[in-house]
Design a protein around this ligand. Structure first.
Ligand SMILES: [Zn+2]
Length: 426
């Protein structure tokens, strides 16, 4: 049976290529969140023909949602002929900006040899196309399957997922009563299972001073020097402490197994002038300096401890350093997520990888987050992985591409997983 379905999927290779090209050619750039309705309409037309009932859901009022750029999502569901579990494939439909350095049309979907090029080909329209072909081939081969198959195309993953999976999860679309297994075909590789991701905390730290004439800085208080003390304390205490922590989650690349922090931006003093401004700077002691931190934390680190060690450093400086004052503003929090290795979706997909590829899967976790966080925290659904074709390193890069062979293999694995989950003899 496994070979029948795998052969049926291999025979759909041209259809898989055409579908991927069609999806790449819809420029669903985020920001601003363009053409979400168009891509949902495209998916609705296609999946309706295959026996899926489709719901279009606008995330009204979500961040970024407006009449000009509405946050449309689609949830398609195909009922089997008997009771059973529901297997849900979730893909985000948005893509990041094009950026510089392309040698192909970013929305052309050119096929060259084994590769389809385009923004979003790898992250993650190729994965979406593979899951659709897998589900359609499975439904054609086994029209009397048990349970249900769902396919969703969701908005805004690249900007936090609040107008996409988070919204759907709040509406109950990912409740454990409705959905039992979730596979997110993000580009982690057709032979790897991604169990989850690290957490994240974005915050702005501001140090405050007092403005004065720059020739007499002793009459003011320099906010940038205070920030220098903050950065120095981070270098001496925080970065070594983070580097000493290592997670049991198999995060790739290896450097991301440690707790990390990026300082995204620093701003202080006089604002930068436009490049055509020919005047000289004014002489002022800066009264404010701000940095943006992006702290990625491990599943083993409680959020309160992550935030607490930054606050402890700032409070220590406040006690030790004359006139030091600060403000700390939360920008965003991401909950870390890790699915257990013996969860049903993990053992099923690893069995499918063994059946199709003849090898054991690698288990990995993602350094950055993806929509699993919302399915876990809001949906309370723990049986979720990322599994899909493509190389993560190509995501967001110029000349992004997806391998047709990897899409076919991963579609075969997804089809095999459906057999194991939705056929009694699977
Ligand atoms: Zn993605």
């Amino acid at each position: 049976m496994a070979e029948d379905l795998a052969a049926r999927i291999a025979a759909k290779q041209d259809e898989l290529i055409a579908l991927t090209q069609d999806l790449v050619r819809i420029p669903t750039l985020n920001p601003p969140g363009a053409h979400y309705r168009d891509i949902c309409e495209y998916l609705r037309k296609r999946l309706s023909l295959e026996g899926f009932s489709c719901e279009m859901v606008r995330a009204t009022g979500a961040p970024g949602d407006s009449d000009r750029y509405p946050r449309w999502n689609i949830v398609a569901r195909r009922e089997g002929s008997r009771p059973g579990d529901c297997v849900h494939f979730n893909a985000h439909t948005d893509v990041v900006e094009v950026g510089q350095g392309w040698t192909r049309d970013p929305f052309g979907g050119a096929l060259e040899g084994d590769r389809i090029y385009g923004r979003g080909a790898c992250d993650m329209k190729g994965g979406l196309a593979a899951s659709i072909i897998a589900a359609e081939a499975f439904a054609e081969a086994h029209p009397d399957h048990a349970g249900a198959i769902e396919i969703s195309g969701t908005a805004d993953e690249e900007s936090g997922g609040y107008g996409g999976v988070a919204y759907l999860a709040e509406q109950g679309y990912f409740s454990p009563e409705r959905v039992q297994h979730v596979i997110i075909p993000e580009p982690l590789g057709h032979d790897r299972i991604c169990l989850g991701h690290r957490g994240g905390w974005w915050a702005e730290i501001e140090t405050r001073g007092e403005i004065a004439h720059g020739s007499m800085p002793f009459l003011g208080d320099c906010a940038i020097r205070h920030m220098g003390a903050v950065l120095d304390a981070f270098e001496r205490d925080l970065f070594p402490a983070m580097a000493a922590r290592r997670t049991a989650l198999p995060v790739v690349p290896d450097g991301a197994r440690h707790a990390t922090m990026n300082i995204n931006a620093i701003h202080g003093g006089e604002p930068e002038q436009a490049s055509d401004y020919t005047g000289l700077p004014a002489c002022c002691v800066p009264d404010s300096c701000r940095i943006m931190i992006d702290r990625r934390y491990l599943v083993e680190e409680p959020f309160e401890a992550v935030q607490g060690e930054v606050i402890a450093i700032l409070e220590r400086l406040k006690a030790e350093r004359p006139k030091f004052d600060y403000a700390l503003r939360d920008i965003n929090r991401i909950t870390p997520s890790m699915t257990e290795r013996d969860a049903p979706v993990v053992t099923t997909v690893s069995g499918a990888i063994r059946d199709i590829l003849g090898q054991d899967p690698d288990y990995v976790a993602s350094p950055g987050s993806y929509d699993q966080k919302h399915i876990d925290r809001i949906g309370r659904l723990k049986n979720c992985i990322a599994y899909g074709p493509g190389e993560l390193e190509l995501a967001h890069k110029p000349d992004e591409w997806i391998s047709v062979a990897a899409m076919v293999s991963s579609a075969q694995v997804m089809g095999r997983a459906l057999e194991k989950l939705l056929l009694p003899e699977g």
